[in-house]
Each structure stands twice: as structure tokens, then as C-alpha cells.
Design a protein around this ligand. Structure first.
Ligand code: H2B
Length: 101
């Protein structure tokens, strides 16, 4: 997977395919709301598994019933790359199964 920095336009174009995701500073970010604290915690564990598989890791914040992710690519100097969008799409695929909204 290329880890070249994406242009601002590339990032904006790719964000349009990811409802709920946004550019926050130099990272792409999303917050999920779950029904319970335990469901939010389970989603964090599932995301951690995906991140280990991809070897690509976001900053994950667990709230009472929320999970917030923000990510960019360290090896690209903190730029947003395809790896960040790969992670976002993988998380979007599994989040509904956790009841995430
Ligand atoms: C050595 C290890 O492969 C690297 O540090 C991986 C780990 N997880 C990572 N996560 C993110 N977000 N960016 C990286 O460049 C990155 N690199």
C-alpha cells in the first residue's frame, strides 16, 4: 500500500466516500456512538485487531458510550495516506455489527 502523502483534494474526494469521517487538523477522524459502555469497549478491541492486521494504528479514545478514532501516517511525516483510508474503510465495515451509529 503506498504511503505517499495524499493531496488535499484526494483527501476530500476520499472523505466523500466515508460519511461521518472528517479531516481534523492533519488527521482523518470519526466518532461512533454505541448503546453501552461495554459495546464501545468491544468495538475498541475489534478495531485494535484490525490495526494489528494492517500494522496501522489510530489514536483511539473510549468514552462512556463512544469510540473516537483519529489517524494519519507516521512514516509519511504525519500526512494522510491511503493506509489511513484503508483503516477507515475496514472499521466502517465492522462498526454496524457492533450497533455503532
Ligand atoms: C514499525 C511499524 O511497522 C510502524 O511503526 C507502523 C506501525 N503503525 C503505524 N500507524 C500509523 N498510523 N502510521 C504508521 O506509519 C505506522 N507504522
Amino acid at each position: 500500500m503506498p504511503v505517499e502523502p495524499l493531496s488535499q483534494k484526494d483527501v476530500e474526494d476520499r472523505l466523500r466516500e466515508l460519511p461521518g469521517w472528517s479531516l481534523e487538523g492533519d488527521r482523518i477522524a470519526r466518532e461512533y456512538r454505541l448503546g453501552t459502555h461495554f459495546a464501545a469497549t468491544a468495538l475498541v478491541v475489534h478495531i485494535a485487531q484490525i490495526q494489528e492486521e494492517l500494522n496501522h494504528h489510530s489514536d483511539l479514545t473510549l468514552g462512556y458510550n463512544t469510540v473516537a478514532l483519529s489517524v494519519n501516517t507516521h512514516t509519511a511525516g504525519g500526512a494522510v495516506t491511503e493506509m489511513d483510508f484503508e483503516l477507515a474503510h475496514r472499521v466502517e465495515k465492522i462498526a454496524p455489527g457492533h450497533g455503532a451509529g
